[in-house]
Ligand binder design. Structure first.
Ligand SMILES: NC(=O)c1ccc[n+]([C@@H]2O[C@H](COP(=O)([O-])OP(=O)(O)OC[C@H]3O[C@@H](n4cnc5c(N)ncnc54)[C@H](OP(=O)(O)O)[C@@H]3O)[C@@H](O)[C@H]2O)c1
Length: 232
């Protein structure tokens, strides 16, 4: 049975993906910052990349080697650039990208040895198109596009694929925190399908990208955004 590690799976997209993949026959290890009393879960703050060592060692000891890594944990921040403090900038970049880069470097040796691996990065359409007052968040997410392409090339000969999914607005706690009810109505007006993506739609795409059917897809980014990146 393939083993999956999903960061940021205490809520939202990651939580729904974990549930979907468990019922699909995978063994899943989950992480978050919240303390939850569930099997195969650890509370770890990824804003400090050094905590990745604690996460990796715990998972290896208690769960085993990882076949499939879903780099999902992340925070959204809206702020004009001249109001961002350096500490907060570093904290967000660490959480959204650097800790995941380091975690990937720790799980790849086993995947290479095993000649199988799947790495899926949850990016954002904010990294695909520009978003005013989201330059930091956008930069942390577009980092995954170069990462997926370059690492996809590096690992291609080992039957390891590396891809990104860029969701548009998804109905999760992150969206509820970012948008007031009024802003949600305005946002819906500019989404071509006039709806938010459901977390299970992202989970379904993850399930496909980690399957054997998707073994030829690597280095790609897929926008799952209800038409938001198509133009107007
Ligand atoms: N919702 C959207 O519209 C949308 C759109 C595009 C991309 N995304 C991306 O999708 C991913 C999941 O977002 P979501 O909407 O499901 O949000 P969510 O419900 O807020 O879940 C975020 C998850 O990440 C964890 N997390 C956040 N910061 C962390 C940190 N510093 N260290 C460890 N864990 C941390 C949270 O843990 P705790 O809750 O336990 O603190 C939670 O499990 C994020 O990377 C987000 O950028 C979301």
């Amino acid at each position: 049975m393939r083993k999956i590690l999903i960061t940021g799976s205490s809520s939202g997209i990651g939580k729904i993906a974990a549930e979907k993949l468990k019922v699909s026959g995978y063994q899943v290890f989950q992480t978050g910052r919240k303390k939850l009393d569930i099997e195969n879960y650890i509370s770890v703050d990824l804003s400090d990349p050094k905590n990745v060592n604690k996460l990796y060692n715990h998972v290896k000891k208690n769960f085993g080697d990882i076949d499939i890594l879903i780099n999902n944990a992340g925070e959204c921040v809206y702020s004009p650039i001249d109001e961002m403090k350096l500490d907060e900038t570093v904290r967000i970049f660490n959480s959204n990208f650097i800790s995941h880069y380091y975690l990937t470097s720790l799980v790849v040796p086993y995947m290479k040895k095993n000649k199988f691996g799947r790495i899926v990065n949850i990016a954002s359409i904010s990294g695909v198109v520009g978003e005013a007052s989201a330059s930091l968040y956008s930069a942390t997410k577009s980092a995954y596009f170069g990462f997926s392409k370059s690492l996809g090339l590096e690992l291609a000969e080992y039957n390891i694929t590396v891809n990104s999914i860029s969701p548009g607005w998804v109905e999760t706690p992150l969206t509820n925190a970012a948008l007031s009810e009024e802003e949600k109505m305005v946002t819906l007006d500019v989404i071509p399908q006039r709806r938010f993506i459901e977390p299970v739609e992202i989970a379904n795409l993850i399930k496909y990208l980690i399957s054997d059917e998707a073994k030829g897809i690597t280095g790609q980014n897929i926008n799952l955004c209800a038409g938001l990146t198509c133009g107007c």
